[in-house]
Design a protein around this ligand. Structure first.
Ligand SMILES: Nc1nc2c(c(=O)[nH]1)N[C@H]1C(S)=C(S)[C@@H](COP(=O)(O)O)O[C@H]1N2
Ligand SMILES: [Mo]
Length: 306
């Protein structure tokens, strides 16, 4: 199957870091109406929060308020503890139903895969959201290089297992390593990124250095950090949050304002760092990527496959 790449991102969105920095200053000065070059200007009536949804979150916020249970629970834990993680050397193993299984060094991946900058909205299942300029490559390109066999139907991902440097991995609550999975068409979708950087810099350790998955239309827990293994399989793989609480966290985990979490509403979200004025803003179907991904789920009951 071939996907036409149609998205609201244009090459103009590939914005150098100096521009983010300037934009941040501009916003701090109250100039929140600034939008990306090449993007349609928001109608005058757009609320401040709508505008912020397309403005990069402050680097300081995106790197200090994180979820990374390998380092413990609590949003600031990883930014304090992740410095201890050894990320050189780093290899990603690709195995299972592929023609060319093997290990790729991070350096090889960065050198050989076409790197791009992508500005994506990011929505955690807990209700907070941010906007991040990632750098990375399409997972599809890596999978094509590995040669996906026709029997493969899913891609499974694993995070590094290293309890000596990741103290959260001593917790018996979870089955380590952290695992995630995508259906093959989701994995091959051009929006699905393997990120190696953000804000024009290498990925900070607390955000999943040196390489993580980013699937912008799904809840953040699908975007597995510090990936060491990708396995192509013919069966839906077990995934960390789904194994822990299957009634609360589905395998698909598509952002959906109409399907609430059993313990809270998903109708609205709160932008990181947007402060009191932005308040809660409406959640968008597929996190605003409906045009790009809705066809993947045609005919599926999204309440059942949440
Ligand atoms: N290995 C691993 N990956 C993970 C997590 C985690 O705890 N461990 N947390 C997930 C959750 S719940 C979210 S919201 C995002 C957070 O990414 P960020 O900290 O870069 O914002 O990472 C996801 N990937
Ligand atoms: Mo999350």
């Amino acid at each position: 199957m071939r996907w036409r790449f149609h998205t609201d991102l244009t090459p103009d969105d590939i914005t150098p870091r100096e521009v983010f920095v300037n934009r941040r200053r501009f916003i701090a000065a109250g100039g929140a109406l600034l939008t990306f070059a090449g993007m349609p200007r928001k109608p005058f009536a757009a609320s401040r929060s709508d505008v912020l949804k397309d403005t990069p979150t402050r680097y300081e916020d995106a790197t200090s308020y994180t979820n990374f249970i390998e380092f413990g629970n609590g949003k600031s834990v990883a930014s304090r503890r992740a410095g201890a993680l050894t990320i050189k050397p780093w290899h990603v193993r690709i195995d299972g139903l592929v023609d060319n299984p093997g290990e790729f060094s991070l350096a090889e991946l960065v050198r050989e895969m076409p790197q791009e900058e992508r500005l994506y909205r990011f929505r955690c299942v807990e209700g907070w959201a941010m906007v991040v300029p990632w750098r990375g490559f399409m997972l599809a390109d890596l999978l094509k290089k590995a040669g996906v066999k026709p029997e493969a139907k899913y891609a499974a991902f694993e995070t590094l297992l290293r309890p000596s440097e990741m103290p959260g991995q001593k917790s018996p609550l979870y089955k380590w390593p952290y695992r995630e999975g995508l259906r093959l068409d989701e994995a091959m979708h051009p929006l699905t990124l393997m990120a190696t950087g953000m804000y024009g810099r290498p990925l900070p350790k607390q955000n999943g250095a040196p390489i993580r998955l980013v699937v912008p239309w799904k809840y953040g827990f699908k975007s597995i950090k510090s990936v060491v293994r990708i396995t192509l399989t013919d069966k839906q793989p077990p995934t960390t949050w789904n194994m822990l609480a299957p009634d609360e966290y589905g395998f698909y985990a598509n952002v959906n304002p109409h399907v609430d979490h059993p313990r809270w509403s998903q109708a609205t979200e709160r932008l990181l760092g947007s402060g009191l004025f932005a308040g809660n803003t409406p959640t968008r179907m597929f996190n605003g990527y409906e045009k790009e991904v809705a066809r993947l789920y045609e005919g599926m009951d999204l309440r059942k496959y949440f």
